[in-house]
Design a protein around this ligand. Structure first.
Ligand SMILES: Nc1ncnc2c1ncn2[C@@H]1O[C@H](COP(=O)(O)OP(=O)(O)OP(=O)(O)O)[C@@H](O)[C@H]1O
Ligand SMILES: [Mg+2]
Length: 378
């Protein structure tokens, strides 16, 4: 349970308010109570929406519990609302439940208050967990459907590309060195190679395991990345690498880690049109069961982390929530495929790892990439 429990209490009688608080603290509930006794204060308090629970007296001199309930349901629909009354008859009690009250308590039966509060809070937690699981299931089903769709077409698509590449290659071989058309044929070969690579990437979404893990020294890896990363950066962007003091060994596909860094660096570059700094550092953390549950796969334990941060334009919440979805891009037609991060996500998942983003508009972005730690050394 949250502690302190933030309660908005609508009550005009100070003795009753005190009694309710005494009842809660007698059961060791640590509460932070905001007491209001009129409509205006109730509305201005609820607008902060920073409460865990509302307790409301049924009848007040200039206001009443059912009107308070209507306001609460409009402003914070999921906030538990418990009516407390000395007079509530059966019909009004039913009406209050129909209008969305979580429970009602009679003042002469105040011992029911703590169990009612506990039940209301438990139900909120269960609802949040249910929504989270439904979202995970929806995501998993969506990825499965995309995987099946993509897997179905990639095979045929690759065959077509093989034919294009094969015949273009033969044509190139048959052309004399000074043939003016040779450059064009070379472009066909190169475009069909790019197409084949893209087709292989798409197979990732079909759940095909494509990584080839070996023991990788993560610090050496990030130090060695400067050379290839500087090729995609502009001169107004600096690169800073800060490896951890300990040596971090992970079982990973080194070529895929390079690819992850390359993709993240390219995104960082695009997010810093006026220049800035790309920082890559490493470290180690312990991930707990809550973290694993929130991601819906993998297991808790010791992980190596690569932090990739930029001080670019950053992202708002809506963008942040969509960036790992295939084909999501804000870069406009012809500029981005929206596949970069979704491919990275699948590669990292195949390593039993995780990727997490922290970003705010105007404050840059940091991507944390977690790989299960094989061993730590000095
Ligand atoms: N470092 C970043 N800063 C701000 N926004 C970012 C950053 N990285 C990713 N994004 C946002 O996430 C979106 C998706 O990124 P993703 O790499 O998947 O696709 P893309 O870069 O748009 O296209 P491409 O397939 O060519 O990589 C981007 O269009 C951008 O809106
Ligand atoms: Mg990208």
């Amino acid at each position: 349970m949250k502690s302190p429990l933030r309660i908005l209490h609508l009550e005009d009688d100070p003795n009753d308010a005190e009694l309710v608080q005494a009842m809660l603290s007698s059961e060791c509930m640590v509460c932070d109570v905001t007491l209001v006794d009129n409509r205006a204060d109730f509305i201005s308090s609820i607008e902060t929406c920073g409460f865990d629970l509302i307790l409301a007296d049924y009848s007040l001199p200039s206001f009443d519990g059912l009107s308070a309930l209507e306001i609460a349901r409009g402003k914070c629909p999921d906030l538990p609302f418990i009516l407390i009354s000395g007079t509530l008859g059966e019909e009004l009690a039913i009406e209050s439940l129909k209008s969305g009250a979580t429970d009602y308590i009679l003042k002469d039966r105040l011992s029911r208050l703590v169990p009612a509060v506990n039940r209301a809070l438990r139900e909120i937690d269960e609802k949040a967990e249910r929504i989270r699981l439904e979202e995970q299931l929806f995501q998993a089903r969506k990825m499965e459907a995309i995987g099946r769709f993509v897997g179905g077409i990639v095979h045929d698509f690759s065959n077509v590309l093989m034919v294009i590449k094969g015949f273009a290659g033969m044509l190139e071989d048959k052309m004399g060195v000074d043939n003016k058309l040779k450059d064009m044929v070379k472009r066909i070969v190169s475009a069909s190679e790019t197409g084949s690579k893209l087709a292989q990437d798409l197979l990732l979404f079909g759940g095909k395991k494509t990584i080839k893990p070996t023991a990788v020294n993560l610090n050496q890896m990030v130090l060695g990345s400067v050379e290839f990363l500087s090729k995609v950066m502009r001169e107004n962007i600096g690169i800073k690498i800060v490896p951890s003091e300990e040596e971090l060994t992970v079982m990973a596909d080194a070529a895929q880690i390079e690819r992850i860094l390359m993709n993240l660096a390219t995104n960082a570059r695009d997010a810093m049109p006026d220049g800035g700094c790309l920082k890559i550092s490493t470290g180690q953390v312990a991930l707990d069961d809550d973290f694993v549950r929130a991601h819906g796969y993998g297991r808790a334990g010791a992980f190596a982390v690569i932090y990739v941060s930029d001080n670019g334009i950053g992202m708002d919440k809506e963008t942040r929530e969509k960036i790992f979805e295939p084909f999501f891009t804000t870069k406009g037609a012809g500029k981005g495929t929206g596949l970069g991060l979704s491919i990275i996500y699948e590669i990292i998942r195949q390593h039993d790892g995780y990727i997490v983003v922290q970003s705010e508009v105007g404050k840059g972005s940091t991507f944390n990439i977690y790989f299960p730690l094989e061993k730590v050394g000095r």
